[in-house]
Design a protein around this ligand. Structure first.
Ligand code: ATP
Length: 233
């Protein structure tokens, strides 16, 4: 993305953001209201970019998206849901079954495959939402807060699924949880008040942690993040 600015009324939610994202798993962090969802909505086409531009390396790239609160049809069974989502993304009906079986296996969803979505726990539902978003084999996957509100065991299960996404060239993960970034991402962008204040590898971000107090109040990642967002050093 290049020089992307988005305003709601006159207030800038994204302010001249330029970022070359991926390949690999890339994190997007920032405080509440920093503009993370706005940036994601621009990438997936839910918001029209009127100032600046967004381009994918492969111009016909298919993009999968799991929003902050994925809405899945509760009355459908897990396998049907995944097939239905693949079909919605243009997969021919006769090919959806095999693709659903593939993701059900790689996400270890076999035991829920015939359960109705409304009977699933939050973590199970999130895994199904990710499986449904990748069944059509997109090159890019965008996840908005994929582990929010989950208990530690469910969080681990969701992270395991994200790590299984070998076929996806680039996964962008917006999250409040620094552990998600530490465990999943090689690169990270820090958004603050609409401005991209840091982009680089997780190691480069860690190098921003102030030496004093290291590890006393939080992890090195949290200290580095705080130094960037609040100028604390
Ligand atoms: N539809 C809208 N109309 C007006 N202002 C909006 C709208 N959507 C977002 N905003 C404002 O734009 C700014 C960025 O919001 P955004 O939701 O992108 O941030 P965020 O980083 O995703 O926040 P959070 O972490 O709380 O989800 C905020 O100040 C928000 O109040």
């Amino acid at each position: 993305m290049e020089n992307v600015t988005v305003s709601y009324r006159r207030r800038k939610a994204l302010d001249d953001v330029s970022w070359s994202i991926g390949p690999g798993r890339v994190g997007l962090v920032g405080p509440n209201g920093a503009g993370k969802s706005t940036l994601i909505h621009c990438l997936v086409g839910l918001l029209r970019v009127r100032s600046g531009r967004i381009e994918f390396a492969n111009s016909g790239a298919s993009v999968g998206f799991v929003p902050q609160k994925p809405e899945l049809p509760g009355q459908l069974r897990v396998r049907e849901t995944i097939e239905y989502c693949a079909w919605l993304r243009g997969v021919p009906r006769k090919a959806t079954g095999a693709l659903a079986d593939d993701v059900i296996e790689s996400f270890a969803l076999e035991e829920f495959a015939t359960s109705k979505v409304r009977a699933l726990s939050g973590g199970q539902r999130q895994r199904v939402a990710i499986a449904a978003a990748v069944a059509h084999r997109p090159e890019v996957l965008i996840l908005d807060e994929p582990t929010a509100g989950l208990d530690p065991t469910q969080r681990l299960a969701v992270r395991r699924c994200i790590k299984e996404l070998d076929s996806v060239d680039c996964v962008l993960i917006a999250t409040h949880l620094v552990e998600d970034i530490e465990h999943l991402c090689s690169d990270v962008g820090v958004l603050n008040r609409g401005r991209l204040e840091f982009t680089g590898s997780v190691d480069e971000l860690l190098a921003r942690a102030p030496a004093a107090d290291a590890g006393v109040h939080g992890s090195a990642f949290e200290e580095a993040y705080d130094a960037i967002v609040n100028g604390n050093s």
